[in-house]
Design a protein around this ligand. Sequence first.
Ligand SMILES: C[S@@+](CC[C@H](N)C(=O)[O-])C[C@H]1O[C@@H](n2cnc3c(N)ncnc32)[C@H](O)[C@@H]1O
Length: 278
Amino acid sequence: MQSGRPSRTALAAATHRAAHQVLEKGCIFNDPLALPILGEDAKTVARHEGQPSRRRMRIFIAVRTRFAEDALAAAVEQGVRQVVVLGAGLDTYAYRSTPRDRLRIFEVDHPATQDWKRQRLEHAGIPIPSSLTFAPIDFERQTLAEGLTLAGFDPSQQTFFTCLGVVPYLTEEAVWSTLSFIANLPNGAQVVFDYSDPPDLLSGEVRVSHELRATHVARLGEAWLNYFEADELRAKLMALGFCEVEDLGPSQIAARYFPNRFNPLPNRGGHILRATTI
Ligand SMILES: C[S@@+](CC[C@H](N)C(=O)[O-])C[C@H]1O[C@@H](n2cnc3c(N)ncnc32)[C@H](O)[C@@H]1O
């Protein structure tokens, strides 16, 4: 990230979520706050986001958010009350959750992105719920443990972490320090994050679109720094202390969310993963 500036890719992800509400009517992930927090109207979003080249990433972002919130809803149903949204960007979960769920939610993000989000919330008239605590943390300078402790996080409670669109932007050291903190929480934790297969394993259209996007985000000052091979990642997560790993690659995502799709999907590309120590 560029020092002192909010994340440009957070704006891009929020734009994709808003466009999904307009162009696909939120059929995968319904978010009534996606447009308001962006501060754009539906017509403008449809005009700017309608190109076919934008669709792949938009659908992936809708799927990863749906997968995370479905897993989170299941965890809440089972009694989890503490939630941490890592690299929250313009994520709106905290502003949609109901007091009935009695959640304590922490939004962790780079301080510059968090300041910008607070301005956007104010501008959109979206109130900050009393269940939410902001925890400004730069993962490359401060550990998650330090930042969350300062914010009042309770390590003795079972906790659900989402970490969407964040892992590729961190150094491997920051990724493993974060996952290790989660794995070592004494009373159990779950995390959902997304990642990509290494570019040299991608082929055809997926590789071309990956390279275009990688060049674009690097120009924004937010280069993708890491990739994982699925079997190696699973083994490392199990070694850290996670006991169950659910990892959906492109074909499993298609089978779950687009069962009637005719064209076969490539096996490599973006993954969404849930790991739990419980
Ligand atoms: C692509 S955005 C994803 C935002 C959000 N999770 C979503 O899905 O819309 C990446 C997020 O990671 C955060 N991020 C990147 N590097 C970071 C760092 N070193 N410390 C804290 N946050 C960071 C950015 O501020 C941004 O909010």
